[in-house]
Design a protein around this ligand. Structure first.
Ligand code: 99T
Length: 202
C-alpha cells in the first residue's frame, strides 16, 4: 500500500500513529506530497479529486481518502482494535470528530495567514476559527477527560494529533493555560512510542 504523506499533517499523523500502534508501519510505502488549496503541487489529485492527504492507494481497490476512512480500513485490516464496540464507539467517534475538527480549523488558520496572499488575509476570520478550537478544547476538558483516560482508541489519537498540530503551528495561542486537565492527559499520550515516532516536521 502507498500512503500519500506529509510530516506536518495531523491527518496523516493519525494514520501513522495507528500503523505504529499496530506495529505495521512497514506495510505502507510513504509517498511525499505537498500542496495547498491555492496550488495542488504534488498532491495526488488523480487518486483523490479533493487534492488532500492522507490518501491510501491499495492494490485491490480504489484509493481511500479522508483520514477517518483510512483509519477505519486499517483498523479492520490490521485488527488494531482502536474502534471499540458500540455503545462506547459512539463516544469514540464523537471525540474523533472533535479532534479532527480542531485540526481542520487549525489548518484553515494556517492557510489563511500563510498561504492566502497577504493583502487579502483576514485575521478576524482566523480568530473565528480559533474560537471553534477554544470551544472544542473546553468540551474535551469539561466532558471527555474520563473517556480520554480509558483504553487507547482513535478518538484519543485524533485529539492527540490535533494538539500536537496546535503546538507545531499555533504555539503562540497557548491552548494549555485554559485546559490543564487536557494538558496533563496530552503529556502522557505524547510520550507513547507511536507519538514520538510521528512528531510533526516542517
Ligand atoms: O486543502 C488542501 O488543498 C490540501 N490540504 C491537505 O491535504 C491537508 C493537509 S494538512 N489535509 C486535509 O485537510 C485532510 C482533511 C480530511 N478531512 C482528512 O483526511 O481527515 C497540512 C497542514 C500543514 O501543512 O500545516
Amino acid at each position: 500500500m502507498k500512503l500519500y504523506h506529509a510530516p506536518a499533517s495531523p491527518f496523516v499523523r493519525k494514520v501513522m500513529v495507528l500503523l505504529n500502534e499496530a506495529k505495521a508501519a512497514d506495510r505502507v510505502t510513504l509517498v511525499p506530497a505537498s500542496g495547498s488549496p491555492l496550488d495542488p503541487g504534488t498532491m495526488p489529485v488523480v487518486r483523490n479529486p479533493l487534492g488532500k492527504i492522507p490518501a491510501l492507494e491499495r492494490a485491490d481497490g480504489p484509493t481511500l481518502y479522508d483520514s477517518r476512512v483510512i483509519t477505519r480500513y486499517l483498523d479492520d485490516l490490521l485488527q488494531a482494535h482502536l474502534y471499540p464496540a458500540a455503545p462506547r464507539l459512539w463516544d469514540t467517534l464523537t471525540i474523533e470528530a472533535t479532534g479532527d475538527g480542531i485540526a481542520e480549523a487549525a489548518v484553515l488558520m494556517r492557510y489563511e495567514m500563510h498561504v492566502r496572499p497577504e493583502a487579502s488575509r483576514s485575521p478576524a476570520w482566523a480568530d473565528a476559527q480559533w474560537q471553534k478550537i477554544a470551544r472544542a478544547l473546553a468540551a474535551l476538558e469539561e466532558r471527555w477527560i474520563s473517556h480520554l483516560s480509558g483504553p487507547l482508541d482513535m478518538g484519543q489519537v485524533a485529539v492527540a494529533c490535533a494538539l500536537g498540530y496546535l503546538d507545531f503551528r499555533h504555539a503562540d495561542r497557548d491552548w494549555r493555560s485554559a485546559n490543564p486537565g487536557l494538558a496533563a492527559w496530552y503529556a502522557a499520550i505524547d510520550a507513547r512510542q507511536s507519538m514520538r515516532a510521528t512528531a510533526p516536521d516542517a
